[in-house]
Design a protein. Structure first.
Ligand code: ATP
Length: 211
């Protein structure tokens, strides 16, 4: 089973990388692919270019075989919809299980994603805890509550026995880091050491990516 963690990665930080690695170990995934959202449809355009974000991601996973960078959204025109990415992976994987990893903040907005109801037909959903976010914040979103009641399981082993369709909530080391905060720190000429891998820090500095 492979895991997919999509993101803007503007820039990639330890709050992405450490949970990705932990999920790989907890769920015994063969690898986790980090997919750069070339043109994220649900938010403001990223500050760094897609090529810069890809370069930072590549620098971040250097020497870590368990994490791979996937640039398929950059090779596709139009908005980067996750459902299209999962469909293309599903085509390549056949019936092999596939897990889409998303943080709790992203999960709470899942029902606004393009064709979101097709996502559980293409992959399992692995929702990771993120500081400041909880399922209680779902409020009145009955569509997502229904998804949870229909698909959530406790036993992660079940994910290995079906290509898609289950949902699990996974605790990971809680790192209160966000890309927005990192960009703000760089603009304010503050030190971002220990929030991002050193190679990423070097790239941000060398190319003055965030000013
Ligand atoms: P921004 O601040 O620009 O919105 P971000 O730090 O939230 O960025 P994204 O690239 O948007 O990063 O996130 C990609 C995925 O990683 C999402 O599923 C998100 O929930 C998850 N994620 C990001 N930061 C963390 C974190 N600190 N802990 C756990 N999950 C995270």
């Amino acid at each position: 089973m492979i895991g997919i963690l999509g993101g803007t990665f503007d820039p990639v930080h330890f709050g992405h990388l450490r949970p990705a690695l932990e999920i790989r170990e907890q769920l015994q995934l063969d690898e986790v692919r980090l997919v750069v959202s070339a043109r994220p449809p649900h938010r403001e355009p990223p500050v760094a270019s897609a090529l810069q974000r890809l370069a930072m991601l590549r620098a971040a996973v250097q020497g870590v075989d368990a994490l791979r960078v996937d640039d398929r959204e950059m090779r596709r025109a139009g908005p980067s919809y996750s459902v299209d990415t999962l469909e293309s992976l599903r085509g390549a994987l056949g019936a092999e299980p596939l897990a889409l990893i998303i943080g709790m903040d992203a999960f709470l907005g899942l029902d606004t994603w393009h064709e979101w109801q097709r996502i559980p037909t293409l992959a399992h959903l692995v929702v990771t805890h993120r500081p400041g976010w909880s399922l209680q914040q779902l409020g009145g979103s009955s569509a997502l509550l229904q998804l949870v009641s229909e698909r959530a399981v406790e036993d992660t082993g079940m994910l290995h026995h079906s290509p898609a369709g289950y949902l699990v909530f996974q605790p990971v080391t809680q790192l209160e880091i966000s890309a927005t905060r990192i960009r703000t720190l760089v603009r304010a000429r503050k030190d971002i050491h220990y929030l991002v891998p050193e190679h990423v820090h070097q790239l941000i500095k060398a190319q003055a990516i965030y000013g």
